[in-house]
Write a protein that binds this ligand. Sequence first.
Ligand SMILES: [Zn+2]
Ligand SMILES: [Zn+2]
Length: 442
Amino acid sequence: MGHGASCGRPSEEVDFFGAAQSGDLDRLAAALRSRPSLLARSTLFDRLSALHIAAAHGHLQVVSLALDLCVHPDVVNRHKQTALMLAAMHGKTDCVRRLLDAGANIVMFDSSHGRTCLHYAAYYGHADCLRTILSAAKSAPVSESWGFARFVNVRDDTGATPLHLAARQGWRRCVHVLLENGAIVSASSGAFGFPGSTPLHLAARGGNLDCVRQLLSWGADRLQRDSVGRIPYEVAVKRGHVACAALLNPSSAEPLVWPSALKFISELEPNAKSLLEAALMEANRERERRILKGTKNALPSPSRSDDAAIAEASDAEVCSICFEQACSIEVRECGHQMCAACTLALCCHAKPNPATQSQLLPTCPFCRGGIAALVVATRAPAGGDDEEGSRLESPRHRRSRRAMNLSGDAGSTSSLMGSIASSIGKMGRRRTDSSEQVDDKP
Ligand SMILES: [Zn+2]
Ligand SMILES: [Zn+2]
């Protein structure tokens, strides 16, 4: 029968797949005109359809043509891989998007490792593909049937979540995207890597300092053991990753952890969030410098997560809590401003108390009002000293000046300010040149 993959491939078939691979739309269309059934064919060994081939090579137009001609987006190859998996594997974000628009199923599993398209994107380090798939997962029927959180933490046959794979491969951006979307930071893998490994074990094994940092700042547990009883520190030591080991050493100072439990933080507007994140990474970097001073080798300078967040402070008003950085975050509704580091310290200071179960929401340190939202401070401080009008009418400036004067006193406001300032000190923000500031545990 002419139906199965006959041994002798007709040359037009070879030509057709060649056109899909090179993205030659004209040649492809010509081949299809003479033989429309080609679209349903697959290659002899891997059983790749033209859709697979085009998606893997990032030929968006060919992918679109095939989908427009009713090729099913979920057609699978020999290893039960979909075109979406191949596009995610090769980082072809446009094709990923196109396939998702055509209704490609994100919860398909291949037959070799039981991995989804999300695993593929994570393993091969394509953060943009990850983002695209995750944003589709939020709206797709998947989120109702499966649940978004479950999808983010989907496991392959060996028990590895996408976060395990990204951490193992050392993809910092992927680790970040996954954590931001609710990946469980200390999930232990089943049989993947060394059994019972957490993402932190896997990052320690690869010696990837950026991934270790990320995971720690999302609250990864340094004391969690794998199934042979090792903590990530031991893994890093064994592999000779000195800097990672120093951060993972349980006796080193605790890293500052992103206060994700706070509701208003998780609903933060993206710009304000990245400012705060940059402040957190910066604070932890200070801490690292102190920790790593002991280790012989110089610390490779970490990649900045958001340079813009740290810079451009020059013409803004100086923060009246730390007197160091420019005001970059504004509290709504009161309109008081402070720098990102102080905002972060405020949030970390107001961590929910596990004993009382009450979510102690942080309040504005200037007026003690509730915080409805945190936004990027956009209102530039006007030029002159004697500016009149709307800006001065707001209590903001008088308040913050007052707070500045108060900061030495024993008022209630200043005690709060004092505790924030001390949190900042713990964060390493305060550069005391004289004392070496030992908050490291003995
Ligand atoms: Zn400040
Ligand atoms: Zn206020």
